[in-house]
Every structure is written in C-alpha cells, then in structure tokens.
Write a new protein. Structure first.
Length: 317
C-alpha cells in the first residue's frame, strides 16, 4: 500500500510543470470576438518576396527577419505570430520556457523529487511573480494579452510564452538559493552568464558619431541567433515607435532596443543576492521605457519605480 502511494505521488508530481496560470488575466472569448476579423485575414505574398498580413510587413535580408508591426498590443503580437509562426515554434521563446524544467531535470532527474521541486517553483516563485506583476499596474496586463495573441496565431499555449518571459528571473532566483544552501534541492540555479556591450562617441569614434556594440552570452544563444529578427513596433494605442533586436517569438523582451526619441537600452545579467519573487520582470519595465520615455531622466525614473525581481542592468543612453 505504501509503495502504491509513492507511485501515485510520483506520477502526480511528475505531471506538474512550472507553467503559470494565466486564466483570469484576460477574457479570452471577449478578445476573440473583438478581433474576429483578424482571424480571417490572409497572408499576402509580394513580388519582392516580402509578406504582409493585416497592417504588418515581413522582409528577409541575409537570413535576418525585418518585421514591421502596426496596431494595438494584441494586433501586433498576432501579426508577429502569423508571419513568423514556423520560426517561433523552433525559436528562443519556446526554449526559454524549457529553461526551468530542464534545469530541474539536470539537477535531480525525473520523478517524485523533480515534480516536487517544479511544484515548489511554480507555487512559491512563478505564480507570486505573475500575481504581483498584474496587481502592480494595469499596463502590465497588456504583455500577457500579447502572449495570448501569439498563442492564438501559432497554436502554442499562452502559458509557454509567459513561462519563457519569467524563466530568466526564476533562474537567477534559484541561483541565489543555490549560493545560500549549496545542496539539493536548491542547487538548480546554475551560473549566470554575462553579456558585453560598449558605446563610444565624440573624440573616441570616427566623425564623432555614436557607435554601439554588444554580444549575447546566455543559455539561449543558439536558438536566439537562429531566427534573428528586427521587430519594429508602431503602436496605435499610445506609446512611441521602437525597434527591438530580438528573435522570432520574443515579442515583449527588449534585450537590445531603441525608441523614436533616441532612448537606447541593452540588457545584461548582474547576479545579486538581493532578490524577490514579488516584483515586476525587468523585460516589462524595459518595454514601458521604450514606449513612454522621451528623455534619459524619464527612463531612469521608470526603472527606479519598479525594481526587478533579480539582478539586471541596462545600458541606458
């Protein structure tokens, strides 16, 4: 009998993933009704090889996607999902959603223990972070509406995109626990890699022009590079235009971006023991900066207003 109970518990915990619960964040049926015409729109192929869908246009140049999107948050994400559907399914956003399950599996294997750890991560880290983010500002809800739009366009669950958005923060929270306790079950965080960037101008560059450069050193490098995409956001529901150097499917993840006011941001990890699950993921704050900040001081104020859950730094110019 005891052996049977162990098998039942093992099966139960093994079926538990770190997928957060996004139900209740938005009304799915209301969104489907509101955007019904979008669901019926077809992709148009042009003689220059580009594709258009709704108000969006996709160009490909030397293996790089250049995607112009126009609309509200749902429309732009849906456009993104339709035009890059195949690449998204094989891209960085999906791989990011696997970071935590893979980290747990690598640390403790499969079965009862792995399921229990995954359940704990979801219950005590992922869900509190999501709940705090939604409560912190109505604007944050739009990022999850965009995840739903990507889901509707690609057939990939919205939870997958949300998991991918939260995973880098959760990974560093686990790294902190690993440093604190050192042994199972908290040694699942792994080491954080750091990217590199530089900016020069004035006497340090030719003709005094500003030159910006950066590289990415992080667990998603191979997937991120595979479908490099320049995302051009042209919002019709408020906010500035901005360009994000991203990968297919990483819709609300401004790792390297610049807006129409010339505000440039480049994201880097900065491991720190000062962490909290009850905070807004920095990706979302970075998006707010790009949409709203017109000056350096405004951008700084926005970053200070919402401290991130874990250690990050943005080059801000």
């Amino acid at each position: 009998m005891q052996f049977t109970n162990i098998i039942v518990l093992s099966t139960l915990f093994s079926s538990l993933a770190t997928a957060v619960d996004v139900k209740g964040i938005f009304d799915e049926e209301a969104l489907r009704k509101k955007y019904a015409p979008l669901y019926q729109t077809k992709i148009v192929q042009h003689t220059d090889g580009s594709l258009s869908f709704d108000k969006a246009r996709l160009f490909r140049k030397d293996g790089i996607n250049v995607l112009y999107m126009k609309g509200d948050q749902f429309e732009m994400a849906y456009q993104h999902g339709v035009l890059l559907k195949d690449q998204i399914a094989d891209g960085a956003a999906i791989q990011s959603s696997k970071l935590i399950p893979n980290t747990v599996k690598n640390a403790v294997g499969d079965g009862l223990v792995a399921g229990a750890v995954a359940f704990g991560i979801d219950r005590f880290i992922a869900q509190p972070m999501l709940d705090h983010t939604i409560a912190a500002s109505p604007v944050n809800r739009e990022a999850f509406v965009a995840a739903f739009a990507l889901s509707e366009a690609t057939g990939i669950p919205a939870e997958t995109f949300v998991d991918g958005l939260l995973a880098p923060e959760i990974l560093m929270l686990l790294a902190k626990l690993s440093m604190q306790f050192g042994e199972f079950p908290t040694n699942v965080g792994g080491a954080a890699n750091n990217c590199t960037a530089f900016t020069v101008w004035g006497q340090y560059s030719k003709n005094g022009e500003m030159i910006i450069g950066r590289n990415l050193d992080f667990p998603l490098t191979s997937k991120f590079d595979k479908h490099t995409t320049l995302l051009y956001f042209d919002s019709t529901d408020g906010g500035q235009k901005y360009l994000s150097i991203a990968s297919a499917g990483t819709h609300n993840v401004p790792i390297t971006a610049i807006n129409e006011s010339g505000i440039y941001i480049a994201l880097h990890t900065l491991p720190t023991p000062e962490t909290s699950a009850e905070a807004v993921p920095l990706f979302l704050t970075g998006g707010k900066v790009l949409r709203n900040a017109t000056t350096f001081d405004e951008a700084v104020a926005m970053f200070k207003a919402e401290p991130a859950p874990t250690g990050w730094t943005y080059d801000l110019i």
